[in-house]
Design a protein around this ligand. Sequence first.
Ligand code: SAM
Length: 241
Amino acid sequence: MIQKLISQTKRFIYAIPHAGVRFYGLVEFCRGKRHHQDRDYWNDSLAGWASSYLGGTLSIDLRNSVTVLLARQVAPEARSVLDLGCAGATLARHLGPEVDFYCGVDISDVAISKGRENLAESNRSRAVTHLLEVSTVQDYQPSCRFDVIVFNEVMYYLTLRQIKDSIRRYAGFLSPGGVILVSLKDHEMCRCVQAVILEDLRFEHAVLYQEQPARRGWKTVQNRESPAFLIQAFRPREGGK
Ligand SMILES: C[S@@+](CC[C@H](N)C(=O)[O-])C[C@H]1O[C@@H](n2cnc3c(N)ncnc32)[C@H](O)[C@@H]1O
């Protein structure tokens, strides 16, 4: 009961863009550094609870497919993709023949090794240039511009400040006409993430979906185990703001 009340209050505050961002910023400040900001945490998690992110599940395939379809819709000429927080680089397997360069970056070396294995298998059927690098979203320095930059299910692990800085920095690595794609689950704090993104980027298009393993219905509902996901496409604002 109390838990539900706290959750509803947070949802209400986080839904008010400026108040939510300030409040969440304060929460982050009080919490200090979180365990999920470490490489060791991700190396352990990807060998345990997060192993599904390395490939082979409906959820991951679904997200990758929607991401690729959305990219094709908003940036049909796109040839290069930067995938930040790429886990097992499963997104690369869903790219169409039009894409000839995929770069995946992850904090975890376990993820990147698995990504290399996955891509070695899929490259037997199709020649795409792949580059996989162990680095954080915050530190990675791309060596070229990209047509599509993807932040799928990774912004939860950055602070709002890191999200703001990353969005600005990576927008500088977009090719002309390039897009940034972001997937976020239906969770109250993601309203704040979205508000921060919209300070620098312009919303272009989105797909909202939810898997329904245990119910039939026409509406998305809040569900911890099987949340709704919003995959959004953004472009830099003209004139930088
Ligand atoms: C929830 S998984 C999402 C994987 C994939 N993008 C997807 O949507 O299926 C989060 C991934 O982000 C990576 N990650 C977490 N924090 C990161 C950071 N600061 N920089 C780079 N990668 C990070 C983790 O190692 C993990 O592989």
